[in-house]
Every structure is written in structure tokens, then in C-alpha cells.
Design a protein around this ligand. Structure first.
Ligand SMILES: Cc1ncc(COP(=O)(O)O)c(C=O)c1O
Length: 400
């Protein structure tokens, strides 16, 4: 009998984590590596949030908690949804997990049956299709194009929906493109969803606060209140509060769904870390001024990267509305050959040659379902970004 399950055989490990590991390996071996692969802010967690965690430890908040979150955090989450999104939820509609990733996983595990389809716009966050597969469902990828700024159109969504569709996963601002849907663009999608009452909406709002140039964030249940009863609104403290290591994500939605997610969590991990939950209470209820300060740095870095990449031969890089990623096209480089003799047959070959020959680690576009592109995370220092982009320019210019 073989050891591994057939379900797991359909799933691949996260390519973004693989790139980060490969870059770390090369660095440990003494190579001069600049990692632009990791999806986390380089800022430290704000001091007042760290202090709240220290207080929680001192007060002995170190025991098991309610499976899907302490009441104080659920209260803070309800207040956040009201304050930021105009959405009314009560604590019984809220679930807290070990990161946004577990929230999404619980929801898919709790709802998918064999053959259920999940519509995922591409480029997508790497984990969506594999989580769907792990939960026994079928990912249906709907490709957005560079021409629409990597945003799915109403027609594309309409074409992807079938009678088997259970979920539509929506992510704005997006990982990997940084694309943010305006209210009108999102309304066009929610209008389609209103015509298909069997489709539920899983909106991943992890990058809500990382929006630039006056971009106004919006979320499906706010844009179309009639979707409230079939929407799971997912968010978390990882990105905006620079708390990736604390592992706190949350969601709000219909009680039946939240109860089912609690059941999955109760038989797997139980409660998220008690101390991190108290830190998250402070994150949501405490001062938010640092977000604007961090965003000023992100805008400066985004502009630097977009400008320098567009100056590289064969690369075309749109300016995104949010998150901390850009997703340039390398259509102009396909078929060329690197100085070490590698033919750039696709974006994976490009990313591999770039890492081997210049020490710059990026993630190839095929991992996100749209090629030929690559993802740059600009959540690192201006100096590192300048040096990395200079190396990318040199690499592109040296292709023949
Ligand atoms: C779009 C998106 N959703 C969810 C997550 C998961 O966040 P967390 O670290 O809270 O699990 C990430 C993290 O990279 C992400 O980019």
C-alpha cells in the first residue's frame, strides 16, 4: 500500500516558499542574494502591539482559549468590519484562525464536496487552487489579462460559472499583481453573482489597508449588500500590521458556515495562539497611524521598481493600486538566451537563470497561473530594490 494519499498527490508545495528557501540556501552557501520572493513586510511589528503580547504573557493568558477566538478579539473584529467596511456582524458570525491561510482552508474544507467547482481569477495567490484540491474540489481558473490590469471582467466571470460552482474567490488588492478593483469594477462582478444565487463569495481582503494613490478599497458584501448572506469576508493582521509570524487571520459570514469552520478547527489545530490573539486585539483597537507611514514607504518603493523595470529591455510593468507586489511581463524576452547559455523558453527559465546568474530571487508567473510574467515583492529596503533592479536591467540587456 502506498504511503501518501491520492488527494495529496494532486497538490504541489507552495512555489513562493520554495523560492524563499532556495534563495536562503544560496545565501547560506555564500552567494550574494537579493530575495524579492517573500510575501511579507520588512517592517517590524509596532511596539504597542508587542507590548500587548508581553502584558498577556504576564497576566497568564497562556492557556487554551475558545476554539475560534476570544470574545475580546471577536468584538474587535466586529468593530473593525463596521468601522472600515460598514458591515454589521455579531461575534457568533466571526471565526479566528492561525493566519488568513487557515481561515480559507477551514472554509473550503467545511464546504466542498467531490466535483464542487471554485472559480479562481488568475493571476491568483498560489495557495487557492491547491487548497481547493486538498479539500476535494475542482479549481476553475478564469484568466484575467494584462489589458484589464489583471482584473477579471464580468463576461469572464459569467463564462466560468457552472451549476457546480460553489465559491468565487475574490482578492483585491491582489497577490501577485497588486491590482485593486474599483467600486464599479467590483459592482460589475457582483451583478453577475446576483444572477447566480447558488454561488458563494469568498473575499480575501488581506491587503485592504495597503492601497495607494487614493485608491478606495471596497469589499463585495459592502458593494452589493444582497450578497451578505452568501459571503465570507476574510481578513487578517499579517500584512497591514506587519504580524506575519503571529499567525492571526479572521473571517465573518453566515453563522452556519462559521460553525462548520469552527468544527474543522476544533478537530485540527484548536485555538490560534492565545498571546497572538491579545496582540491582535491591540492591533485592531489601537492606533493606526503607522499604516500610513508604512504605505508612504511602499509607494516610494513601488514607483522605484516600476520605473526601473520598465527601463529594462523586454520588460513591461504596470503600476498597481495596492499590496506590495508588481507583476511585470517578460513577453519581450521569450526565446532569448542568457549569458550562461540558458534559453528563456518561459518565465520559470527566466526566474531560474536570473537567480543563478545575478542572485536576484523572484517568483515565476506560471506559479500564479498567468505567463510570461514574474512577481516582485517590493517589501524590502530601497537599496536592495535599486540593486536588484539594476541587476535585472543588466541581465535583460545581456540577453541575446
Ligand atoms: C492573498 C493572500 N491571502 C492570504 C494570505 C495568508 O495570510 P496569513 O499569513 O495571515 O496566513 C496571504 C499571504 O501571503 C496572501 O497573500
Amino acid at each position: 500500500m502506498k504511503l501518501l494519499s491520492t488527494t495529496l498527490e494532486r497538490v504541489k508545495p507552495s512555489p513562493t516558499i520554495a523560492v524563499t528557501n532556495k534563495a536562503a540556501e544560496l545565501k547560506a552557501a555564500g552567494r550574494d542574494i537579493i530575495g524579492l520572493g517573500a510575501g511579507e513586510p520588512d517592517f517590524d511589528t509596532p511596539q504597542h502591539i508587542k507590548d500587548a503580547a508581553v502584558v498577556a504573557i504576564a497576566l497568564g493568558k497562556t492557556k487554551y482559549t475558545a476554539v475560534d477566538g476570544i470574545p475580546e478579539l471577536k468584538q474587535a473584529i466586529c468593530a473593525k468590519f463596521k468601522r472600515d467596511n460598514g458591515l454589521d456582524y455579531v461575534p457568533a458570525q466571526v471565526s479566528v484562525s492561525s493566519g488568513g491561510k487557515q481561515v480559507l482552508y477551514n472554509a473550503l474544507m467545511a464546504t466542498l464536496n467531490e466535483g464542487d467547482e471554485v472559480v479562481i481569477p488568475a493571476p491568483y495567490w498560489v495557495s487557492y487552487p491547491d487548497m481547493v484540491l486538498l479539500a476535494g474540489g475542482t479549481p476553475v481558473v478564469a484568466e484575467a489579462s494584462l489589458q484589464t490590469g489583471f482584473k477579471l471582467t464580468a463576461d469572464q466571470l459569467e463564462a466560468a460559472i457552472t451549476p457546480r460552482t460553489k465559491w468565487f474567490i475574490f482578492n483585491s488588492p491582489s497577490n501577485p499583481t497588486g491590482a485593486g478593483y474599483s467600486r464599479d469594477e467590483l459592482k460589475a462582478l457582483t451583478d453577475v453573482l446576483m444572477r447566480h444565487p447558488h454561488v458563494w463569495v469568498m473575499t480575501d481582503d488581506m491587503y485592504e489597508h495597503l492601497a495607494y494613490d487614493g485608491f478606495e478599497f471596497c469589499t463585495p458584501a459592502e458593494v452589493e449588500p444582497r450578497l451578505y448572506d452568501r459571503t465570507l469576508t476574510v481578513n487578517g493582521v499579517s500584512k497591514a500590521y506587519a504580524m506575519t509570524g503571529w499567525r492571526i487571520g479572521y473571517a465573518a459570514g453566515p453563522q452556519e458556515l462559521i460553525g462548520a469552520m469552527r468544527k474543522v478547527q476544533s478537530q485540527s489545530t484548536s485555538n490560534p495562539c492565545s498571546i497572538s490573539q491579545w496582540a491582535a486585539v491591540e492591533a485592531l483597537n489601537g492606533p493606526h497611524e503607522f499604516i500610513a507611514e508604512n504605505n508612504a514607504a511602499f509607494v516610494r518603493r513601488r514607483n522605484l521598481v516600476v520605473e526601473m523595470l520598465n527601463a529594462a529591455e523586454g520588460i513591461s510593468c504596470p503600476t498597481p493600486e495596492g499590496a506590495f507586489y508588481v507583476y511585470p511581463s517578460i513577453a519581450g524576452l521569450i526565446g532569448k538566451t542568457s549569458p550562461a547559455g540558458v534559453e528563456i523558453v518561459d518565465d520559470e527559465a527566466f526566474a531560474t537563470a536570473l537567480l543563478e546568474e545575478t542572485g536576484v530571487a523572484v517568483v515565476f508567473g506560471a506559479a500564479f497561473g498567468l505567463s510570461p510574467n514574474f512577481r516582485v515583492s517590493y517589501a524590502t529596503s530601497d537599496e536592495a530594490l535599486k540593486e536588484a533592479c539594476t541587476r535585472i536591467q543588466g541581465f535583460c540587456a545581456a540577453l541575446t
